[in-house]
Design a protein around this ligand. Structure first.
Ligand code: URP
Ligand code: ZN
Ligand code: ZN
Ligand code: ZN
Length: 465
């Protein structure tokens, strides 16, 4: 089967050019200024559209059990929503398993979650819930036999690691060719503040933000950067960065040639803590919490100047009705996380590219090329070079729409972005040459997505700034 995308503007992380693009058997065959279709070739007219590598969202939590609740998007509804928004690959964070379980236990669980359900390609990040010799010894086979080349550590929540265990994990993961990703928040500081607030009866949603101010996050970022240096300059990836002080620590480490990368999410760029004062403030409970507009501005600077490397969603769906029922008026009982996998590409295209803050190629770097390089998918994903998977999204800058949950494809009962206008829409999404969505409607099928056996972390992989 051959498909020819004609008359579009091809964009990769390096730049733009007017070229046609030929796809054969799910792979990009040729890009050239003028390719004539032959008889067995389906032609897709991309006049006026940007033709870009499909989005790679490296931070989702489908079907995750967080103890007090289970997120309600599984690998079908979650990847369906992703596909409709222009994303062709997700890397999901495995959740915690039974206490004391080994790394392969959760890997098997997640293979079962995803296999018959995913509509686009997927990988998994390992999760470290405790450290002992057996876990350390499992890391190399996870990377080299199972294709799990990144692992997440939490510095807060129930399975937080202490500093010695963080060091042991960083050191071994570095040795075996994995990238360590970290959720950085100072757990003790949060527990202290939270107890104070609760003792004063301050349990409304705004106190979620007050219980974990940006210094809690920035302190943990600074700490883990130093631990990574102590672990032999281990590569480090900071997830869901929400504030400018943390970004300053990341900039400083990078100025000293430390291999540190940062991810932020649309919610930290576009929503702010005033959401917690709304009547439906529970909809916005996540960690780290939403910050103020000044922090947004500082993140946008990092988005534009290259200090921030990726934009992912941290998609983790707990419906509003469930939040109300669980919280009973107390933010400490509300499950944490926001949906958003379907809107990442559209929101960043609109607020980033169309508003003139970033170029189309920077958009590709943030949403696809850098994620592919950091997480062992390059050059198969993240670019439009011949030989790459034909994972493609067409963005039409002339079209606009207002986000409303009624037309999204996840399993939530709300969108944090309800009423946001997006200028520029993903009008066609292809995963390995098959059209998985068109004009926001789903055209794919459950089980089409393949597990991606990712390559070990490559410190020489050049990231686009
Ligand atoms: O509140 C959040 N972000 N929930 C998802 C889990 C995590 O911390 O990434
Ligand atoms: Zn063990
Ligand atoms: Zn997190
Ligand atoms: Zn997360």
């Amino acid at each position: 089967m051959r498909r020819l995308i004609k008359n579009g503007i091809l964009v990769d992380a390096e730049g733009e050019s007017r070229q046609d693009l030929l796809i054969e058997d799910g792979t990009i065959r040729l890009c050239a200024p003028l390719i004539e279709p032959d008889s067995d070739c389906e032609v897709i007219d991309a006049s006026g559209c940007y033709v870009m590598p499909g989005g790679i969202d490296v931070h989702t939590h489908f079907n995750i059990d967080v103890g007090i609740a289970r997120s309600c998007d599984d690998f079908f509804t979650g990847t369906r929503a992703a596909a409709c928004g222009g994303t062709t690959t997700i890397i999901d964070h495995m959740g915690f398993g039974p206490a004391g379980c080994d790394l392969h236990h959760q890997l098997n669980v997640y293979h079962q979650y995803a296999a018959e359900k995913a509509v686009i390609d997927y990988g998994f990040h390992g999760v470290i819930q405790h450290i002992d010799d057996a876990i350390l010894d499992e890391m190399a086979p996870m990377v080299h036999e199972e294709g799990i080349s990144s692992f997440k550590l939490y510095l807060t929540y129930n399975y937080k690691l202490g500093d010695a265990d963080v060091l042991r994990a960083l050191q071994r993961l570095h040795q075996v060719g994995a990238l360590t990703t970290v959720h950085p928040e100072n757990d003790a500081a949060i527990a202290f503040r939270r107890a104070e607030l609760v003792a004063q009866g301050k349990t409304a949603p705004i106190y979620h933000a007050r219980s974990r101010p940006l210094e809690c996050e920035a302190e943990a970022i600074g700490r883990v950067i130093n631990l990574a240096q102590l672990a032999g300059n281990a590569p480090l990836y900071i997830v869901h960065l929400s504030n400018g002080l943390g970004l300053e620590y990341i900039r400083l480490a990078r100025a000293h040639q430390q291999p540190v990368w940062a991810e932020t999410c649309p919610q930290y760029l576009l929503l702010d803590e005033r959401c917690y004062l709304r009547e439906d403030g529970l909809k916005y409970i996540l960690s780290p919490p939403l910050r103020n507009v000044r922090e947004q501005d500082r993140l946008w600077v990092g988005i534009a100047d290259g200090a921030i490397d990726t934009v992912a969603t941290d998609h983790c769906t707990f419906p509003y009705q469930q939040r109300i029922a669980k919280a009973q008026g107390d933010f400490t009982r509300c499950p944490n996380g926001l949906p958003g996998v379907e809107n990442r590409m559209g929101l960043l295209f609109s607020a980033g590219v169309m508003s003139g803050r970033i170029t189309p190629s920077r958009f590709v770097a943030l949403t696809s090329a850098n994620p592919a390089r950091l997480f062992g998918l390059w050059p198969r994903k993240g670019n439009l070079m011949p030989g790459a998977d034909a994972d493609i999204v067409l963005f039409d800058p002339r079209q606009s729409d207002v986000i409303t949950h009624a037309r999204l494809h996840d399993n939530a009962d709300y969108s944090p972005y309800e009423g946001f206008r997006c200028q520029g829409l993903p009008v066609l999404t292809m995963c390995r040459g098959e059209v998985v969505s068109r004009n926001g409607e789903f055209t794919g099928r459950a089980g089409y997505g393949r597990f991606l056996h990712r390559k070990p972390f490559d410190k020489h992989s050049h990231i686009q700034g």
